[in-house]
Design a protein around this ligand. Structure first.
Ligand SMILES: Nc1ncnc2c1ncn2[C@@H]1O[C@H](COP(=O)(O)OP(=O)(O)OP(=O)(O)O)[C@@H](O)[C@H]1O
Ligand SMILES: [Mg+2]
Length: 400
């Protein structure tokens, strides 16, 4: 290379100074060129390129896997919902089949499926309530329609609001509303109030809340389209009517009276305060497995009644030993009112009717004490227990 340059310089007659300048420039250029070439050909760079390709490939695979996982999860949820619907549909048929064939795999599945929800007293939610098969309408009041439903293998009472109930009807007729939906507000509120109260009130003589679903105000004949639904233990309405109750043996009526006394005692000191059942009547109760249970609590209140215009606290025009409080309320009246109404509606008719002759005096005297508020709910419970013991003692006596 140097000889080439020398030759060129001689041919071009370049001065020695210029020659001296050209040599380092050309050398530097040569060095830069070779260094650049080496960097490009450096082996580690070759590997990183390979890695980059592999990384890209792996990233693609991960993305594909993530997509597949999301799809599988969505599919699993869809299948779960389908199974729930199938269980609802099959349960009715299985009830018939299981009677004929004994336990089947489906029977066992239904049991597991239900236990999953009923164990730990967990409330059912919208998804589970949607699977309930509505079987028949069994009751209707001012604010609610009650239907019998089948959840898995359990018969339940389904409470909801519909256009037919009187509270909604009277609102619609009044033309005093902005939107039709407004007429459902009161009934929906009562339905919700009842569900929330039942969630707090736990007593063997109060129906158990099994589930609740709240998602809109929409009324619908189809349970999965309904805005608000509550589900409670199913009971028999007819079994609590007096003519039916009077057909029961006296001892069974005594046991029903004991349950009621226990309920009165619980209501007087419930977790929500001293509660009053304002419209105490047979229709508020149902019979579940021979136990009388309060089923309508939407009007229940812990507010004690106001004193009358003469600042008195009277029940049926009688002084009951309660003074008008400075808040103008008759404190302690809630429990007394429940007591008086329970006596009128159930206790007196149930205990007096065909009482064993040898117990009639005890029964009359106890009912007199109840009427005059000489005993409270706890004392009534004890007296009824004593009456039961007397009954069995007399019953074991051959002369009875
Ligand atoms: N758990 C239940 N099992 C069976 N039947 C029931 C149950 N709960 C309520 N019913 C029936 O449905 C009827 C209406 O239910 P509910 O009393 O809850 O409605 P409501 O609108 O609050 O009535 P009301 O206007 O008397 O306050 C009851 O009278 C009863 O016959
Ligand atoms: Mg009611």
């Amino acid at each position: 290379m140097a000889s080439v340059i020398m030759y060129l310089c001689q041919r071009c007659r370049v001065t020695p100074m210029l020659f001296l300048l050209i040599i380092p420039v050309v050398t530097a250029m040569y060095l830069i060129y070779s260094l650049h070439k080496q960097i490009l050909l450096f082996p580690t760079n070759e590997i990183s390129k390979e890695h980059q390709v592999r990384i890209l490939h792996l990233q693609g695979l991960v993305e594909d896997l993530n997509n597949e996982i999301s799809e599988t999860i969505a599919e699993r949820d869809l299948l779960r919902e389908k199974v729930q619907f199938l269980v609802g549909n099959l349960s009715q048929q299985m009830q018939l089949l299981s009677k004929e064939n004994g336990d089947t795999w489906m029977d066992k599945y239904l049991e597991l499926y239900q236990n999953e929800n009923f164990e730990n007293e967990q409330l059912l939610g919208c998804k589970q309530l949607d699977t309930i098969q509505i079987l028949a309408k069994i009751g209707q009041g001012y604010s609610k329609v009650v239907q019998e439903g089948l959840y898995g293998r359990t018969h339940v009472a389904v409470k909801s609001v519909a256009a037919v109930v009187r509270d909604v009807q009277s609102c619609l007729k009044s033309n005093n509303y902005k939107k039709t939906e407004d007429c459902y507000l009161l009934s929906n509120y009562k339905l919700l109030k009842e569900a929330l109260m039942l969630r707090e009130l736990k007593h063997e003589s109060i129906v158990k809340l099994l589930g609740v679903c709240v998602r809109s105000e929409n009324p619908s004949p189809y349970i999965h389209e309904r805005g608000i639904t509550s589900v409670v233990e199913l009971g028999s309405r007819d079994a609590v009517l007096l003519p039916q109750l009077k057909k029961l043996p006296w001892i069974q009526r005594l046991k029903i009276s004991q349950s009621l006394a226990s309920l009165l005692s619980y209501m007087a000191e419930s977790p929500l305060g001293s509660l009053r059942i304002p419209d105490f009547k047979e229709e508020q109760f149902v019979m579940v497995d021979d136990v009388i249970k309060l089923s309508d609590v939407d009007d229940v209140t812990n507010l004690e009644p106001s004193c009358d215009d003469d600042m008195k606290c009277l029940i049926d025009g009688r002084e009951i030993g309660i003074q008008c409080h400075s808040s103008y309320r008759c404190l302690g009246m809630n429990s007394r009112l429940n007591f008086a109404r329970a006596n009128e509606v159930f206790l007196s008719p149930l205990l007096q009717h065909s009482a064993p002759i040898k117990l009639q005096n005890s029964v009359t005297s106890l009912l007199q004490d109840v009427k005059n508020f000489n005993v409270d709910a706890n004392e009534l419970q004890l007296s009824l227990q004593r009456l039961e013991k007397q009954y069995y003692k007399l019953n074991s006596d051959p002369a009875f």
